[in-house]
Design a protein around this ligand. Sequence first.
Ligand code: CTP
Ligand code: MG
Length: 399
Amino acid sequence: MSVWAILLAAGQGSRLAASGLATKKQFLPYEGAPLFWKSARTMVRVPRIAGFVFVFPEGEAEDGARTVKELAAQDDFSLPCLVATGGPRRQDSVHNGLAMLPKDCTHVLVHDSARPFASAPLIASLLAAMDGGHDAVIPAIPVADTIKRVAEDGTIAETLPRAELRACQTPQAFAVPLLQRAHAICREKSLAVTDDASMVEAIGERVATVPGEAGNIKITTPEDLRMLTTNAPVAYPCVGWGYDVHKYGPSRPLKIGGIPIDGDLQVVAHSDGDVLLHALADALLGCLGKGDIGQHFPDNDPAFDNIESAVLVTEVLDIAHREALTITHADLTIIAQTPKLSTYRRRIRDNVAQLLRVDPARVNVKATTEEGLGFTGKKHGIKAVACVTGMRQPQGAEN
Ligand code: CTP
Ligand code: MG
């Protein structure tokens, strides 16, 4: 699955402009960047997102591309960020965004950048529903008001059954061929819609729902602007430490940080015995306050026999992203008398950075000996320690 996100920022903000706001809402400053960037910052934390298409108003795409480039550099974004020019209606902007998707992109999240508060767990739940076989999934919440249809003369034409009604939000997730087909057919039929799911419905295909979020509002009216200034929960720093040891002996060929090490050294292990990735996974769990890898992947469970440590780290990163952890830095030390690791350090660092989806400058790898002392000194085994720092969002009861 290759998932891209289209971030729509090509609207005119006419409802806010009518109340005197000169800047289009998607460009209002928020947390040190234009508002549209907030959604990108959230989405980049979702490990499976492979790239972004930002859609800007006609005549503003060049400036937009420059801004995106600067912001991406400032935030260490490692994902591709493309830019498209929007059209007169939202659906035209989506159409232009879709045209920019690379050929290998299989799934797309279409998101209104005017909804800056969509959370990473919401996006994860959309992707989980796609994994479950749905080709169109949208967030929906029950409505609190009684909703009625009003006739032209202002009198009530009909009261709709509230229990069946949902307010639908973005991001909306689609298999790319389905959304492209829906757009093509709706264009042909000149159908005007207010969201992408409507197009999929219009061509008779099913749209699934996941629970939306009350906080995922669309900045629309001057009252909504208060949401951009109220005290959002403040992220707080966290640190996690991990330590792991493996004994040398015939079992698994030595691998450190996912990189195979030349020579005949082997480690005794239930998994693939990657001492550094085990220490790293424990450090990540430390940041999250979630115990250790033994608890999550018991070594008496045959499911984890010879499991790739990179898979363990990815599973832990899934937890990290559900808990909205932003990794800021990892400092890793391998302690071994043998083998010599200096020639591997860079490759290990780059591989770990790729696993963590952070810039390599945020990962440091050191190697040292214990001067012939202890079990590493006697070449009986190898150990590694990892220290990870990050920022966590207050959750649940802490909010
Ligand atoms: N949008 C877009 N292209 C358009 C119209 C809207 O990309 N031609 C985007 C907006 O930038 C916004 C999202 O679609 O992120 C939802 O639209 P809406 O809230 O209606 O924003 P605006 O159209 O900008 O506001 P208004 O309707 O008040 O003019
Ligand atoms: Mg609009």
